[in-house]
Design a protein around this ligand. Structure first.
Ligand SMILES: *Cc1c(COP(=O)(O)O)cnc(C)c1O
Length: 386
């Protein structure tokens, strides 16, 4: 028997909702996607939501809707999935990384502020900064917002981990301190649509542009047309867009999953607290939570104090069928990014974190006895190491 690090929970209501779409006339471009978008916007407190086929697609069209062009700079965190940086390269822009805070593993405000003051001198300020709410805990958005005003850059929150979490008592995704936020509905994330993602914003122009780009850059809205025409068969392509649409089945699953989002997050907190309580006093650093954040706890990451023990512990647990994982290999260390031969510097915290980190299983269906087994194995491991 194996225990994965993350897993979806699908109930009968979820299954029924997808089946009812399959029995209907519309598998795509129907009324469920707009319904799902409205439900997401209501939940997070944003004006608009644009659903797409993945968070990666959402990041791509979010960058384009902010006018990202070749030659522009995008800065993100090195401690993230590659998609947070790739979206810039899709647009022909250049990528650089801002080191993480050693306690939250989120983009460090000190590092960001220092890098901005240097970039101002060299004329290399970013057009967009993409903070990543690592493991579901919000970055210091108010501080990032102040820097955005001072230096004139846009902010896209990569909230792929973070639906259901809060920052200063507001749900993540309300975009109080950002231009756009994106969520992922991949099965390991908090709620799922199989594959899928959404971009939320309070800006009508950005929302319209993203709606247009997710469907080939085509419009049927006469107000947007260059040569409006009275016939209903008429449409115009006004941008180079993509087919990034979400299907009706996916949206139905998402709508149904959204009913249990708070329950999912609460369960994750119970499991995280159990780890917190039981893994104290071992040579490991446990997740640290800032007082103004409420994490969705997508991940429970510990750092082994002694890096040489990390791979041994990893092997020990995986050999026992506990499929722990590692989030993340710093993006600037990926061969593709090394080959770009940019000069990535000052990313020591992310590298030191990486050699110590290990992600323990955390998901809605993790059973008490399974968690017990994981905890006991870790304790036994450290006893054997002394
Ligand atoms: C999962 C993830 C993505 C990509 O999400 P997809 O929906 O799989 O495209 C992007 N950024 C981060 C931080 C993620 O964890």
């Amino acid at each position: 028997m194996t225990i994965p690090y993350g897993k979806q929970n699908i109930n009968e209501a979820d299954i029924e909702s997808v089946i009812s779409v399959l029995r209907s006339d519309w598998l795509t471009c129907g009324e469920i996607v707009p319904k799902f978008e409205q439900a997401i916007a209501n939940y997070v407190g944003s004006e608009y939501a644009v659903a797409v086929n993945s968070a990666t697609s959402a990041l791509h069209i979010a960058c384009l809707s902010l006018g990202l062009k070749p030659g522009d700079w995008v800065w993100t965190s090195p401690n993230t999935f590659v998609a947070s940086a790739n979206c810039a390269l899709y647009c022909g822009a250049k990528v650089d990384f801002v080191d993480v805070d050693p306690k939250t593993y989120n983009m460090s405000i000190e590092a960001l502020s220092l890098k901005l003051s240097q970039a101002e001198v060299t004329g290399t300020l970013p057009k967009i900064v993409i903070p990543v709410h690592f493991a579901g805990q919000s970055c210091d958005m108010q501080e990032i917002h102040l820097l955005a005003k001072k230096y004139g850059f846009y902010v896209i929150e990569d909230a792929s981990h973070a639906i259901g979490g809060s920052y200063k008592n507001n749900k993540i995704g309300g975009c109080q301190y950002s231009d756009i936020a994106i969520f992922s509905f991949h099965p390991v994330k908090i709620i799922t649509t199989g594959e899928g993602g959404v971009a939320v914003t309070n800006n009508k122009l950005f929302a319209n542009k993203m709606q247009n780009l997710r469907s080939h850059g085509i419009t049927r809205n006469r107000d947007e047309m260059i040569n409006p025409c009275e016939f209903s068969w008429y449409y115009e392509q006004i941008n180079l867009g993509f087919n990034y649409r979400m299907t009706e089945m996916q949206a139905a699953l998402g709508l149904s999953q959204l009913n249990r989002l708070d329950e999912f997050v609460m369960r994750r907190h119970v499991l995280a607290k159990e780890y917190d309580d039981r893994l104290q006093n071992l040579p490991m650093i446990l997740p640290w939570q800032k007082e103004d954040t409420y994490s969705s706890f997508h991940l429970y990451v510990v750092q082994v104090e002694e890096p040489s023990q990390r791979n041994i512990l990893y092997k020990n647990l995986t050999d026992a069928g506990i499929l722990v994982n590692l989030h993340y290999i710093p993006v600037h260390l990926q061969p593709y990014y090394k080959n770009l031969s940019y000069n990535f510097t000052n990313l020591r915290n992310s590298e030191e974190y990486f050699v110590r980190a290990i992600t323990l299983p955390l998901f809605f269906d993790l059973k008490k006895f399974e968690q017990e087994q994981i905890i006991e194995l870790i304790k036994t491991f450290f006893k054997g190491q002394i």
